[in-house]
Design a protein around this ligand. Structure first.
Ligand code: KG4
Ligand code: ZN
Length: 349
């Protein structure tokens, strides 16, 4: 293990794992260098939604090309807004190494290494899943441990017991589709466009969540999730009721999915005697999930940590925060570090 880097200075974070080109500068928080959290000095996200929307999903080659086109402008903007033009005052560069699309990851990773080399500062590779777990910490550095974290994104649905940064115990995960993937597939089927999560979130407010009784898979069974049956049930229902209102279908789908997420989170809090409940990942921006998680936490008498919606979806501030912590604890990453599209969270037992 190499020696810890100079975390007293701000970290430039870079995120290009999927369809957002993002850069952010995060300085040490009030708890000092190396402590989890930090102060967001800038966070710039260039979304590729318009580029991929006509295809109904992310086209990997287009994503990689767009990252290359946008990279320097997004980084420049993040540095300028942070008062660190040209990298002045940046003590390290952090970039997502995985999981994600390999051609997209390589853009941010190569760019980050080039900047670190030219500024002569450490480079640190960041696990995208761990970065999501740092989003609640950025906004609530005093979070109490252990906490139950529900990490729900386009690629993952993980229920974790987190006993501190770097200490994650997996309680359960999806055995088929991720929650965000179910949102995106159902939205596409209903013709609501891409990305599906925000579209369903919006239209569901006009629908009746009790209009259709969709299945709640594995509801009373452990901590794992399954959402592919729910997606199929939506398709079958619309086939049987071609005149059904999309708002009713969307609201009933969301109700079923959120019911399961919240029930399992409640069970996890009870099983771990957690001192807090956190949401993380893109689906954590969902208004129904946020409302229900806040109500659950109230009921259980523990605080809920809900990152602001912009910190739930992909951004580089969470990458910079995770990078700063990893740098302080493990030291810089080797310059030969590659992209790892299938990277999983480092787990403790
Ligand atoms: O974390 P994220 O930005 O990227 C990944 O790491 O996957 O998550 C993206 C996912 C997409 O499936 C998107 O539809 C979903 O998060 N999402 C939402 C909402 N906003 C984004 N799902 C439900 N409600 C939302 N408001
Ligand atoms: Zn993500």
């Amino acid at each position: 293990m190499s020696s810890p880097g100079p975390v007293g200075q701000a970290v430039l974070g870079i995120e290009t794992s999927c369809d957002e080109t993002a850069a952010a500068v995060v300085g040490p928080g009030p708890a000092g260098p190396g402590a989890p959290g930090g102060v967001i000095r800038s966070s710039v996200v260039s979304s590729q939604i318009e580029l991929h929307a006509p295809y109904g999903g992310v086209v990997p080659e287009l994503a990689g090309r767009a990252h290359i086109e946008r990279f320097t402008q997004v980084v420049d903007e993040a540095l300028t807004r942070a008062g660190a033009p040209g990298g002045n005052g940046i003590g390290a560069v952090a970039a997502t190494t995985g999981p994600g699309l390999v051609g997209a990851l390589l853009v941010g990773l190569s760019g980050a290494k080039a900047l670190a080399m030219s500024w002569d500062v450490p480079f640190v590779g960041v696990n995208h899943l761990e970065a999501h777990l740092f989003a609640p910490l950025l906004e609530a550095p005093g979070l109490g441990w252990p906490a139950v974290v529900l990490l729900v994104s386009g690629g993952h649905t993980l229920l974790l017991e987190m006993s501190g940064p770097g200490h994650y115990r997996l309680l359960g995960q999806t055995i088929d589709d991720a929650a965000g993937e179910a949102y995106d597939k159902v939205a596409r089927y209903l013709g609501l466009g891409y990305p599906g999560g925000p579209a369903i979130d919006r239209i569901a407010t006009q629908g009746d969540p009790a209009a259709f009784a969709f299945p709640r898979a594995l509801l009373d069974n452990g901590f794992d999730f399954s959402f592919s049956g729910l997606k199929t049930a939506v398709v079958r229902t619309v086939e049987r009721h071609p005149g059904a209102s999309s708002a009713d279908v969307a609201a009933s789908f969301q109700e079923a999915l959120v019911d399961v997420l919240v029930a399992k989170t409640a069970r996890a809090v009870a099983a771990t005697a957690a001192r807090g409940v956190c949401l993380a990942g893109g689906v954590a921006a969902n208004s129904a999930l946020r409302r229900r998680t806040a109500a659950l936490a109230d009921e259980l008498g523990v605080p809920a940590y809900l990152p602001s919606p912009a910190m739930c979806t992909d951004n580089a501030a969470m990458v910079a925060a995770a990078g700063a912590w990893r740098l302080a604890h493990d030291g810089p990453s080797p310059m030969a570090l590659g992209a790892d599209p299938g990277l999983f969270l480092p787990l403790t037992t």
